[in-house]
Design a protein around this ligand. Structure first.
Ligand code: RIB
Ligand code: CA
Length: 310
């Protein structure tokens, strides 16, 4: 039986690869996409969500628009420098054919979890605002989800939007804190592993050779993402694979090693957005999160390439 997942996302170039990989995996049953601000504004993210489900005929999968900004934080630092103004690498994509689900994302999350108690894996790939709102609206969802597997945070690796903070957590640290302190099972796929997963130009040659709609879309949008990685990290055409790593984890958790530790989020000041793992349980006041700390990078890239090309 396939695993029911609900993806909360800010597409986004790496989100696009993650969503396409999930849609193409028979082991996963994508119940819907909920969208949030982050890599671009929430309207663009919602349109991109629709484009992605339509790309290979998954129009029946609902896409619900969510939060346009963080719960408390006043500034909105969109990731358009990394993902383009449209979130699709400045490729100016054509309008989607379908319509958004009329339900706001947080309500959609609550209703979907209640419809399938104990069965839904929540997969956040962007700022955690919609999840925070859903928890606020219906705290009982914490006991009704199967688990939460998210891309965000960093324990040992440097940040990617400040010296300490990972972008998804930084965009809405208060929402992230709600997610890490709730009484549910959370797995954190953060920069500790995603910055070790490098996609190189030779991997892209394989990916693009498939010549199907998914690989062709990635071929169009990825140059913008590569340019950013060149400028910031000097990676010479290679790039970090953030969001798709979550899909790899769902399909092949044995490729990752994890530790158990309660996670706290710094919500104010210069270190805002930093995730702290209380490894020795000195504060000891909340459930442990499963934190991914190492990964078989080559196998993750091979797996994700295989899914797009077959
Ligand atoms: O830090 C990486 C995360 O920030 C990814 O989810 C990427 O899509 C951006 O949102
Ligand atoms: Ca994302």
């Amino acid at each position: 039986m396939s695993q029911k997942i609900l993806i909360d996302t800010d597409p986004g170039i790496d989100d696009s690869w993650a969503i396409l990989a999930a849609l193409r995996s028979p082991e996963l049953d994508v119940l819907g996409l909920t969208t949030v601000f982050g890599n671009t504004d929430v309207d663009n993210c919602a349109l991109n969500g629709l484009r992605l489900v339509e790309l290979e005929g998954n129009d029946h999968i609902p896409v619900a628009r969510g939060a346009g900004g963080p719960l408390v934080r006043s500034s909105l630092d969109l990731g358009t420098m990394v993902h383009g103004l449209d979130g699709m690498g400045n490729t100016n994509p054509s309008p989607p054919k379908g319509e958004l689900d009329p339900m706001p994302a947080a309500q959609f999350i609550v209703d979907t979890i209640k419809k399938y108690p104990g069965e839904v894996t929540l997969v956040p790939l962007g700022p955690l605002t919609n999840i925070g709102l859903a928890l606020h609206q219906a705290p009982e969802i914490a006991s009704l989800v199967e688990e939460v597997v998210l891309m965000g945070g960093s324990v040992f690796a440097p940040g990617n939007i400040s010296p300490l903070a990972e972008a998804n957590v930084f965009h809405d640290p208060h929402a992230a804190e709600l997610v890490f302190r709730a009484d549910w099972d959370v797995t954190m796929i953060g920069l500790d592993v995603t910055t070790k997963i490098l996609v190189r130009p030779a991997d892209l040659d394989l990916l693009y050779a498939a010549n199907n709609p998914a690989s062709q879309l990635l071929r169009e949008i990825q140059p913008c993402y590569q340019d950013f990685h060149d400028q910031f990290y000097g990676l010479a055409g290679a790039f970090h694979l953030h969001d798709p790593s979550v899909i790899a984890y769902l399909l092949a958790p044995e490729l990752f090693s994890c530790i158990q530790a309660p996670v706290h989020v710094v919500t104010e000041g210069r270190c805002e957005g930093k995730t702290i793992a209380d490894i020795h349980r000195i504060w000891g006041e909340r459930n442990s999160t499963t934190v991914a700390t190492s990964v078989d990078s080559k196998s993750v890239v091979e797996l994700l390439t295989y899914i797009i090309t077959h």
